[in-house]
Design a protein around this ligand. Structure first.
Ligand code: VAH
Length: 319
């Protein structure tokens, strides 16, 4: 039988594509999208949609009971760069929303939760190459702190109240359908848009900044996979490392220039350089590959091809 799913933060970069995928799998009537505003009209107009404040437990409970929801994907959060501008808003949003969803499950009002963590849980003292699942974690951003604490609470609610909460540490996510918002890895999306629009990009990270990255289709596949896995396959209830590829802005520029030979770039690191420098360069995700059969499909060349082809096609449709 199809689950009844509520997606919180459905208008965001991952939430919007996850909504379309879950509607395709489970049927539009079984997937209720929600967000704090009508931020993505494709999502709002392609199925059931509710305005919902993720920090308001009562409103969330009313929405869950209205649609008889049994599964929640909590995709609302304030990301790394914006979180440094508004630290207490980031803490309140990221933690209040998680506790609301965990408590709905603890109170047996819903059965299952997906909650995204991030490589931002790691900090400057974490081993940077092939970062292991279990290691030193001293995040230096508010966003990373909320993800580290959130992982502890997810594991606690599972062990103490048997809550079926599942989580993955997303790397930087690259997509063409929706723009990211407030992240440090956003350069890897912006660069493709600017390459086509201006044939030039002013990059806010230095050329040698290597970061773990993933194409959106891989991220969505991993999210579906972990949620469809049988409960006893999920051996880690804090959050799983997840990886695909790692690259630098210089690698992306080279890849784009193989399609747009006159493309130019300037490197003008800003406050986000310090955030990026605190994160790993590459991630060991062998636990996810072993426990629930994860594997990625897109390398940098495939990502560049998907991004440029689809952004060009979008531009032609809108012209
Ligand atoms: C950010 N895109 O840049 C997010 C992500 C690994 C980074 O969590 O904040």
């Amino acid at each position: 039988m199809n689950p009844k799913i509520l997606i919180i933060g459905a208008c965001g970069q991952i939430g919007s594509e996850l909504t379309q995928k879950l509607r395709a799998i489970h049927g539009a009537d079984n997937v209720i999208a929600s967000d704090i505003n009508y931020g993505n009209l494709d999502v709002v107009n392609s199925g059931l949609f509710e305005i919902l404040d993720a920090q308001d437990y009562s409103s969330m409970k009313i929405c869950v009971e209205k649609y008889n929801i049994d599964t929640i994907y909590l995709m609302a959060a304030m990301l790394s760069a914006t979180g440094e501008k508004y630290p207490m808003k980031a803490w309140d949003l990221n933690m209040d929303s998680l506790f609301n969803v965990l408590n709905l499950a603890k109170n047996k009002i819903i059965n299952k939760i997906f909650w995204p963590s991030s490589i931002a849980v790691f900090g400057p003292t974490t081993p940077k190459e092939n970062t292991p699942q279990y290691t030193v974690m001293e995040p230096t951003t508010v966003y990373g702190i909320t993800k580290q604490v959130g992982e502890r609470w997810c594991e606690y609610y599972h062990n103490k109240y048997n809550v079926d909460v599942r989580s993955i540490r997303y790397p930087g996510i690259i997509s063409w359908k929706t723009l990211p918002g407030g992240g440090t890895t956003d350069y890897a999306v912006d660069i493709y848009h600017k390459a086509l629009a201006d044939n030039h990009y002013d990059c806010f990270l230095s050329e040698h900044t290597e970061l773990p990255m993933m194409f959106m289709d891989d991220a969505i596949e991993a999210t579906i996979k972990i949620m469809q896995a049988p409960p006893d396959a999920i051996k880690i209830r804090s959050s799983y490392n997840l990886a695909a590829i790692s690259f630098t802005p210089e690698h992306v520029v080279k890849s784009i220039k193989s399609h747009l030979k006159d493309f130019t770039v300037s490197y003008e690191p800003d406050f986000r350089q310090e955030i990026a420098d605190s994160w790993p360069k590459s991630i060991d995700d062998n636990h996810a590959r072993k426990d629930w059969n994860w594997s990625h499909h897109y390398d940098l060349e495939a990502i560049t091809n998907e991004m440029l082809t689809n952004l060009k096609s979008l531009a032609n449709q809108n012209s």
